[in-house]
Design a protein around this ligand. Structure first.
Ligand SMILES: Cc1cc2nc3c(=O)[nH]c(=O)nc-3n(C[C@H](O)[C@H](O)[C@H](O)COP(=O)(O)OP(=O)(O)OC[C@H]3O[C@@H](n4cnc5c(N)ncnc54)[C@H](O)[C@@H]3O)c2cc1C
Length: 384
C-alpha cells in the first residue's frame, strides 16, 4: 500500500465531511475575514478534533498518524485546518503533565466540544523565536498567579474558551538555567474580562490571529499545569506532534495544488494544444509531486516513531521542513500553470498560495528547524 493510501477509512470519512464545505465556503470566509464557525463546530461534534484524547476521557484515542490524516484531508479538500488544528495538540500538555483532577475536569469537556481549547500563547513581540526571553510574568499571590505582559500572534482566541499560556514564574536572571523558570497555565478566557485585552492582527491570511495584553490577570493556582518552572519543557514535549500535524497539512495543500493545476492545465488550450504539453508547465508540477511524495515518507516516518513512543525530534523537524518546502513548490507551480487566473480569487489558488506560505514560518521557522538539525542531529556548534 502506498503511503498516500494509509488510513483509507479516515480519509473517506473526512472527504465526505469536507465535501459539504466546498470552494465557495472557504473563499467567502477569506473575503470576509471570518472564522469557519460551522465547519469547526460540526467537526468537533463529529468527534474528529478529539482524535488524540484517550477514550477514557471521551475522545477517540487515535494515533498521531491517524490524526495527521484528518488534517491532511481537510487541507487537501481545499479547506484550512489551521482554524482548528490546535484543539488536537494543545491538550497534549494537559494530558501528559496535568493532574488526575485537571484531566478529569477538562478533557471530557474538550472532547465533547463544551470547552474549546484552541488558543496557545507562547510568542511575544520582543522574544520571537528566542522563547526563553519571554517577558510575560506570573507572580504567585495567595491562591492566584497574577499575570502581566503580552503575547503576539495568538491565534483563535476569539473562538476559544481557554488559552494555554506560557509565562515566567522566575525572572530570567534568577533562574538556574535559561530554560527553567517558565510555567504553563490554563487561562479561562470566559472569566478574564478586561484583564485580557485582544487586538486582532490584520494579516495576509484569514487566521484569526491576535495581539494580547494581560493586565493583572488572576489565574487560580489550580490552573497551573505540572510543576512551576518546568513549563518550557512541557511545551517542547508537545512540539513533535505539532510539527508532524502541521507537516501533514502542508502535504494536503501540496496535493490540492498539484491536482488543481493538472486539471486546469490539461483543459487550457493555448497555441492550439493543452498547456500541459509544454515541459515548462509539466516539469515544475512533476518536481513538486516528487518532492511531496518524498516529504510524505518523512511525515509518516516521524508519525510512526511518535506512535511507537520512540524519539522522533529529528524526523518531526525534517518532516516540517520538507513538507513546507513541497507545498511551496506545488503552490508556485500551480500559480504558474494558471497564469493570470492564478491571481483571480475564484480559482482559489491565490488563497491557498497565501495560506501555504505560513508553513515555512509558523509554528516554527524553517531556519530554526535547520538550526536544530545542525546542532542536535549533526553535532555542529550552536550558531546563536
Ligand atoms: C498567522 C500566524 C499564526 C501564529 N499563531 C501562533 C499562535 O497561535 N501561538 C503562538 O504562540 N505563536 C503563533 N505564531 C507565531 C509564530 O510561531 C512565530 O511568528 C514564529 O515562531 C517566528 O517568530 P517571530 O515571528 O518572532 O520571528 P523572529 O524570531 O523575529 O525571526 C524572524 C526571522 O529571523 C530568523 N531567525 C531568528 N533567529 C535566528 C537564528 N538564530 N538563526 C537563523 N535564523 C534566525 C527566523 O528564522 C525568521 O525567519 C503565529 C504566527 C503567524 C504568522
Amino acid at each position: 500500500m502506498s503511503e498516500q493510501e494509509r488510513c483509507p477509512e479516515i480519509r473517506n470519512e473526512i472527504r465526505k465531511f469536507c465535501s459539504q464545505y466546498g470552494d465557495e465556503y472557504w473563499r467567502k470566509l477569506d473575503k470576509e475575514n471570518r472564522y469557519p464557525e460551522q465547519f469547526v463546530e460540526e467537526l468537533t461534534h463529529a468527534g474528529w478534533l478529539a482524535a488524540l484524547i484517550p477514550e477514557q476521557y471521551g475522545g477517540s484515542g487515535l494515533t498521531v498518524t491517524e490524526a495527521s490524516v484528518i488534517l491532511e484531508e481537510i487541507n487537501r479538500s481545499g479547506g484550512n485546518a489551521a482554524a482548528c488544528h490546535a484543539q488536537m495538540y494543545i491538550m497534549g500538555a494537559l494530558l501528559r503533565h496535568g493532574s488526575a483532577e485537571q484531566k478529569q475536569r477538562y478533557l471530557p469537556r474538550i472532547a465533547s466540544g463544551e470547552i474549546r481549547l484552541q488558543a496557545f500563547g507562547v510568542t511575544e513581540p520582543d522574544a520571537g523565536s528566542d522563547t526563553t526571553h519571554i517577558r510575560t510574568t506570573a507572580k504567585r499571590d495567595g491562591d492566584y498567579y497574577i499575570v502581566n505582559g503580552g503575547k503576539i500572534f495568538t491565534s483563535r482566541v476569539q473562538h476559544s474558551d481557554m488559552l494555554l499560556l506560557l509565562a515566567r514564574t522566575t525572572p530570567y536572571d534568577q533562574s538556574p538555567k535559561r530554560t527553567l523558570g517558565m510555567s504553563i497555565f490554563l487561562v479561562d478566557l470566559r472569566e478574564a474580562g478586561d484583564a485580557v485585552e485582544v487586538r486582532p492582527i490584520d494579516a495576509m491570511i484569514n487566521h484569526e490571529t491576535n495581539q494580547l495584553f494581560f493586565h493583572e490577570l488572576k489565574v487560580p493556582v489550580e490552573n497551573l499545569i505540572g510543576e512551576e518552572g518546568s513549563g518550557f519543557y512541557y511545551i517542547l514535549d508537545g512540539m513533535n506532534a505539532e510539527r508532524i500535524l502541521v507537516a501533514s497539512e502542508a502535504i494536503g495543500d501540496a496535493r490540492w495544488f498539484i491536482k488543481r493545476a493538472v486539471q486546469y492545465g490539461n483543459e487550457r488550450e493555448i497555441f492550439g494544444r493543452p498547456i500541459t504539453k509544454n515541459q515548462g508547465i509539466q516539469f515544475p508540477l512533476a518536481q513538486a509531486y516528487a518532492q511531496t511524495e518524498a516529504a510524505d515518507l518523512m511525515r509518516f516516518r516521524a508519525a510512526d516513531l511518535f506512535d511507537a513512543g520512540a524519539a522522533c525530534g529529528a524526523e518531526a523537524n525534517m518532516a516540517k521542513l520538507l513538507c513546507s518546502q513541497a507545498s511551496w513548490a506545488a503552490a508556485n507551480a500551480a500559480i504558474d500553470t494558471h497564469g493570470g487566473y492564478g491571481f483571480a480569487a475564484e480559482y482559489d489558488v491565490e488563497r491557498k498560495f497565501r495560506e501555504s506560505r505560513l508553513f515555512s514560518i509558523a509554528p516554527i521557522s524553517n531556519n530554526m528547524v535547520l538550526n536544530f538539525i545542525a546542532e542536535h542531529v549533526l553535532g555542529m556548534p550552536r550558531s546563536y
